[in-house]
Design a protein around this ligand. Structure first.
Ligand code: ZN
Length: 238
C-alpha cells in the first residue's frame, strides 16, 4: 500500500496541486493537519482534499478557524489570517474542520498534527519527544506535522530534522516518527513544497520536494488582502 503523506498545506492551492500531480496515483492520502490558515485559498484546498478522499486530522490552525480555539496563542499575522478564513469559509466548511479528529489510528500508523502528548501544539524536534509520542502510540509508527520541517526519528537511528535526504527510501523498522514537512509554508529555508510517500509493503518512507509557482501564491495572498509577510516568507521558505 502506497500512501501520500501531506501536512501544513495552509490554504496554498498552487503548492497542493503541484504536489498531488507529482505524487500521481496512490492508495491513500493522509493529511497531518493545518489544511487552512495563512494562505489565500482555504475553501479550494479543502474541496480538493475532500475530492481526493484524503484522511485528515486537525491542526491548531484548523481548530482556530473552525472554533476560535487558542486564537490568543497565535502571532498577529497568523491570527489575522485565521480570522479572515473564518469569514471566507461557509458554516458547512467550518463544521467540517471542527469535526476533524485530533488523532487517527490506521493499521500501522497513528496520525496527529503535533504529537500524541499534545496533538495540537507540541513541536516534535528531537528524538526524546518523538520517543514520548511513540510510547503512547498503539501502532508501530506515527506521522505528524506542525514543525514545517521534514524529519524522521527511528528507534536506534535518527535522521536529523531538516537533514533528511530526498528521493531516498528510509526503512521504518522497528518504529518511526515521521514528519513530511509542509506543502504550503516550508520553514527549513527551502521554498519548495514538501511531502513524503509511505510504502507499507516495502516498509519505507521517502521524502520529496516539488518546485511550485511561489510567485502565484504570493500574488493571490496580496490580491486577497492577507498580511504581506505571509507572502514574503514563502519566498524564503521560512
Ligand atoms: Zn502549520
Amino acid at each position: 500500500m502506497k500512501i501520500g503523506i501531506l501536512s501544513d498545506v495552509h490554504a496554498n492551492l498552487a503548492a497542493l496541486e503541484t504536489v498531488l500531480a507529482a505524487i500521481g496515483t496512490v492508495d491513500a492520502l493522509w493529511v497531518c493537519g493545518d489544511t487552512v490558515g495563512y494562505g489565500p485559498e482555504p475553501s479550494d484546498v479543502l474541496a480538493l482534499l475532500v475530492e481526493r478522499k484524503a484522511t485528515i486530522v486537525a491542526g491548531n490552525h484548523d481548530r482556530a478557524v473552525a472554533t476560535g480555539e487558542d486564537l490568543d496563542l497565535f502571532n498577529p499575522p497568523a491570527a489575522i489570517a485565521a480570522k479572515t478564513h473564518q469569514r471566507w469559509l461557509s458554516v458547512a466548511e467550518r463544521d467540517m474542520l471542527a469535526a476533524l479528529p485530533r488523532t487517527l489510528e490506521t493499521s500501522d500508523v497513528t496520525l496527529c498534527h503535533g504529537s500524541l502528548r499534545d496533538p495540537l501544539w507540541e513541536y516534535v524536534t528531537n528524538p526524546k519527544s518523538a520517543a514520548a509520542s511513540l510510547a503512547l502510540a498503539k501502532t508501530a509508527h506515527c506521522c505528524a506535522g506542525h514543525t514545517h520541517v521534514p524529519s524522521l526519528f527511528r528507534a536506534g537511528a535518527q535522521a536529523q530534522p531538516g537533514r533528511v535526504k530526498y528521493e531516498t527510501p528510509y526503512p521504518l523498522a522497528p518504529r518511526a516518527f515521521l514528519n513530511p514537512g509542509s506543502v504550503g509554508q516550508p520553514r527549513d529555508g527551502d521554498p519548495r513544497a514538501a511531502y513524503a510517500i509511505l510504502d507499507l509493503a516495502a516498509g519505507t518512507v521517502t521524502f520529496h520536494r516539488s518546485t511550485y509557482e511561489v510567485a502565484e501564491t504570493q500574488r493571490r495572498i496580496q490580491d486577497r488582502g492577507l498580511p504581506q509577510i505571509l507572502a514574503d516568507r514563502l519566498g524564503f521558505g521560512l
